[in-house]
Write a protein that binds this ligand. Structure first.
Ligand code: NAI
Length: 399
């Protein structure tokens, strides 16, 4: 029976989905494991589900010959040695877009709160002050929302913003289909000048580091606000700090920072602490019950599809083969080194056993090739031994 081990309190939606797909042997361990505790728990597991605190190093994976696939029930996959997993023929899955809506909703809320100067009014009211002034407080209706990075989150923010009457423009170096009435702008500088609310939804990394420089902040209207729920290093934080203190900007909301505490025990340090009309949140843009539920179902579904049919759509490290139900007696999953002649030799082995191939899918990625072969007959143990001992074979499995 296929055994699945789920660590780190993965959402109940994952277990429910796996059970609905016929998996009964599901072991749940509510915490992260390491060392021999981890290898013992996974020694006979076909699949493991982790979140961000369980590290699967190359050394650990090398010792887990039974393990066929890994599900990261989160966005990032840094906790897994992906190169080792690929070399061992183990596809790794995650849920990169399950929290898109959660981030988009937070951004709209922040835009409304900042333009109404609510963060500042909130602090004053808590202190016992009764500041009823309307000065500097605006509706979002008819204001211009400038979206930097019109990808999954940016486009969704645009749709939600239009539903509250905002005029949406965006800048993206890629040509993107505008949704609703959104207007693409030719340059980032044009967006910085025109927007009442600038919201950042670009990827992290060297290409976007300090994208929002002092010069770009200076292009913004003094009544405008900046929202960053993308990556901390996208904004020159000292330049933003100066602009806020000098009242060159009306406010900001930040969910991500150039340096973030690694745990709840570390203090959060930022020059923006204590500033008026600035919302600071601890990287929780995507942290909602709904997102956790979505992640549970999405990753569980990817694991189930791989375990039942061998398909690898949206694997992070592996050749992708789109899902096709297994409707034949035998399906052979063959992971091999990507070199000439492997498929020809494999197919000759099928022919020599008198087997007709009903369907075959092959994809390669870098050094790895992955073939799924459907045969409407039983596969003999001898043929499996032959396929497994083909010199280029990394893994061979019958489903
Ligand atoms: P995505 O990959 O779907 O979209 C990114 C877009 O940015 C793409 O359209 C790309 O062409 C564009 N882009 C790249 N370089 C650009 C540049 N220099 N200027 C303007 N646009 C540029 O990414 P997705 O899923 O929308 O995520 C966006 C960001 O949100 C990422 O940085 C991600 O890490 C972050 N995020 C933050 C969360 C939180 O908890 N605060 C949760 C989820 C994602």
């Amino acid at each position: 029976m296929t055994k699945i081990v789920l660590l780190e309190k993965i959402h109940a939606s994952a277990v429910a989905h796996l059970q609905s797909q016929g998996f009964a042997d599901i072991v749940q361990i509510p915490r992260a494991l390491s060392g021999t505790e981890l290898t013992d728990a996974l020694s006979d597991a076909d699949a493991v589900g982790i979140r961000s605190n369980t590290h699967l190093s190359g050394e650990t994976l090398n010792g887990l010959s039974h393990l066929r696939t890994i599900g990261c029930f989160c966005i990032g996959t840094n906790q897994v040695d992906l190169t080792a997993a690929t070399t061992l023929g183990i596809p790794v899955f995650n849920a990169p877009f399950s929290n898109t809506r959660s981030v988009a909703e937070l951004v709209i809320a922040q835009a409304i709160l900042l333009l109404r100067r609510i963060p500042e009014k909130n602090v004053r009211t808590h202190r016992g002050l009764w500041d009823k002034s309307a000065q500097g407080a605006y509706e979002v209706r008819n204001k211009v929302l400038g979206i930097v990075g019109y990808g999954n989150i940016g486009a969704q923010v645009g749709i939600l913003a239009e539903s509250v009457g905002m005029r949406v423009c965006y800048y993206d170096p890629e040509s993107k289909l505008p949704l609703g009435n959104a207007r693409p702008l030719p340059t980032l500088d044009a967006l910085m000048e025109q927007a009442d609310v600038v919201t950042l939804h670009v990827p992290g990394g060297a290409a976007t580091e300090n994208l929002i420089t002092q010069e770009r902040i200076a292009l913004m209207k003094s009544s405008a606000v900046l929202i960053n729920a993308a990556r901390g290093k996208v904004v020159d934080i000292d330049a933003l700090n100066r602009a806020l203190r000098d009242k060159k900007l009306a406010g900001a909301a930040l969910d991500v920072y150039p340096a973030e505490p690694r745990s709840e025990k570390e203090e959060f340090i930022s020059p923006l602490r204590g500033l008026e009309n600035v919302i600071l949140t601890p990287h929780i843009g995507g942290s909602t019950e709904e997102a956790q539920d979505n992640i549970g179902r999405e990753v569980a579904d990817k694991l189930a599809r791989f375990l039942k049919a061998g398909t690898t759509r949206s694997a992070v490290n592996f050749p992708e083969i789109a899902h096709v139900e297994k409707e034949v007696k035998s399906r052979i999953l063959h992971v091999h080194r990507n070199e000439p002649g492997v498929i020809a030799r494999m197919n000759a082995d099928f022919a020599a056993s008198g087997l007709n191939i009903v369907a075959q899918q092959l994809q390669t990625r870098g050094a790895i090739g992955y073939a799924i072969t459907d045969v409407d007959d039983a596969i003999s143990a001898d043929l499996m031994t032959t396929l497994c001992s083909e010199p280029a074979t990394i893994r061979c499995h019958l489903v």
